[in-house]
Design a protein around this ligand. Sequence first.
Ligand SMILES: Nc1ncnc2c1ncn2[C@@H]1O[C@H](COP(=O)(O)OP(=O)(O)OP(=O)(O)O)[C@@H](O)[C@H]1O
Ligand SMILES: [Mg+2]
Length: 699
Amino acid sequence: MTTTATLADVPLDARAHVEVRLQGAVLLVVDQLCRVGAGDGLSGVLKRHRFLGDYLDAILPFVPPELGWADLHAWWLETVTQWELPAAGDLPLCRLGAAYGLDRVALTQLLVAGLVDEDSRFGGVFAELTGSSRRPTVESIVGITTLLFGTAGEPDAALARAIHDGILTAYGTQHPRSEWTVAPLPELWEVLRGRMPGGAASITARDALPGIDDLVTTEDFRQQCAQVGAAFADMDLVLVRGTAGSDRALVAQALAQTAGKGVLHVAAPHRPDLRATAELLGEASRLLPVAAALGAVTVVEIDPMPGESVRLDRGAYRGPMVVVMGHTGVVDGAGHRSKVTLDVPRLGSAGRAQRWRQALGGMSVVDLEGIAAASGLQGRHIDEVVRSAVSLASVRGEAVTLRHVRAASRDLDRRLLEDLAPRLDPAGDWSDVVVGDYTAVRLAELESRCRYRERVADALPSAYSSGTGVGVRALFTGPSGTGKTLAATVLGSRLGLGVHRLDLSAVVDKYIGETEKNLHRVLSAAEELDVVLLIDEGDALLGRRTEVRSANDRFANLETNFLLQRLEHYRGIVVVTTNAPDQVDAAFQRRMDVVVDFLAPSARERADIWRLHLPADHQVSAELVDELVQRCTMTGGQIRNAVLHAVVLALPTARPVSDCDVEQAVASEYQKAGAASPYDPSGRRHGVSHARVFREVVS
Ligand SMILES: Nc1ncnc2c1ncn2[C@@H]1O[C@H](COP(=O)(O)OP(=O)(O)OP(=O)(O)O)[C@@H](O)[C@H]1O
Ligand SMILES: [Mg+2]
């Protein structure tokens, strides 16, 4: 027979490459069958496993006629190696081999292990070789590769490494090692065969990734990225630290793009099944061989807790990995020799305006600069808001306007915060909050501090500016019903920011550590979304740390300590309210930027509060209001309740609220508190006003 075909004529793509490589594995398997089988030689083997004849027929045209059976596999391997050489960088199997330092022994083992996945008829072959299993076992694979490479290639150690690195998966590990069955990592096999692995990870080809020049960031940071990008291939671990709403993932993508690679991204949004940091890192490690075969960089995105230390294992993988994470927590792990950290800077208002324009593409939205100035939203969140604003507008067949952008950013707030900190709709103005001059001045100060917080942080010379974050921490103290919560919502409305109230019952968890996790999540989200975070009844969370008498005390102290630390570095606006300022830990009081005391309202203030609360069409006499103001030292909250009650009394008969309704409502408000009303309506109805009697007595 003459040789008619050469491998050079076979188009070299991933699929063809693995098929040709698999032929070599088949040769070895046939050889092994001849040796350990029934002793009836090749013809016996082909009789028992007819399909193997097809494989041999496919190789035959390439084989020089003078070559004997004994030299066939060595010759085939050599020929294939020459054939693949020029394209090695583009072939998944070769990329995998280079990234893990796999030699011919290890690659052949991988192919032998993959035979059954490729063609289930090999199940019968392995059943004959192993005597029990339709899949290759450790013993059979080692036996087959020893045939070609001898024991000098240390086939046993090579197989152990491939299992350790997760390239091969071992099953039945409760049995003796020689009996373990072995299969390639399923997603890896897909990639080696030139297919995309289904579902497991989000994979982006290099062409679809942004470059470093596409990033909206500072010049300084752009240069840092360019430097890291240029030296990327020599790095083991790159940490990109930034807040969850920043462009931190884009930075990772741009680094990969610069290094000529695609990205395999493991992050919670694509993988709702993985929640814990350790699970995400485990998945990233598991998929490392897949990324290596794709020629992609593994990017894993995590948000560890403050103080949390997490491990990332890379096995024998040589090449860069990127961990995208927040500013808290540390990553350590075996095998990372070089580690570089990039800190994604926050965008100031000019950067944000540019980022909004980028996200909007060509669309123009009126007063975009206004949004960029008022809201601190960063890159990824800006993208998200724009995407949903566009779909909101298109559903209604309208062009995108500021209204859609506002609605979309409210939706984002809700999605990220609603479960632990529901939104209070901010409304009103300072004129709706009736307080004394002193309190009013403090509130105005607080508003300015919030409004100019980015500029305040920049104003101090750098020697003094450390620790001057952009955050504003305010403590509102005062009795119940004096307008603390009201003032916080008015503050949000004045600043054009949403207000979210921490729901203590949802945050506090009976499981140790869960409360901190919840707090961390709310605080991070509130900070990022740039909303006013309201912590009502702050004394419950920020109570004085007690002497530890029971395990419970210790945990309560842990939570207070956690919150103290977290608030110190808080970058957003947080308002804590309390009725019991002396219960609030002193360390916490010291860290407050603004403290506002709310006092029980004076008579004049009560009069204003009554006036502001009564419905526009009321028919309550000025005399009665005057009387109530003088006699009943009610708080704003009580006045509000009384008015609501009076409205309810008047509603069924569709008449305006009258004296009668208000008198009854006030009496019941006192009853509710278990006290007698200091105001007796009967006296006044008989024409004698208490106020007048009082005035007469003193005059
Ligand atoms: N100073 C005030 N000016 C105008 N209205 C007030 C004032 N104080 C209270 N109110 C009315 O009472 C309602 C309840 O007040 P708010 O919830 O703000 O009190 P608070 O100080 O937060 O009380 P708590 O300590 O019980 O939470 C307000 O929505 C408002 O209608
Ligand atoms: Mg309140």
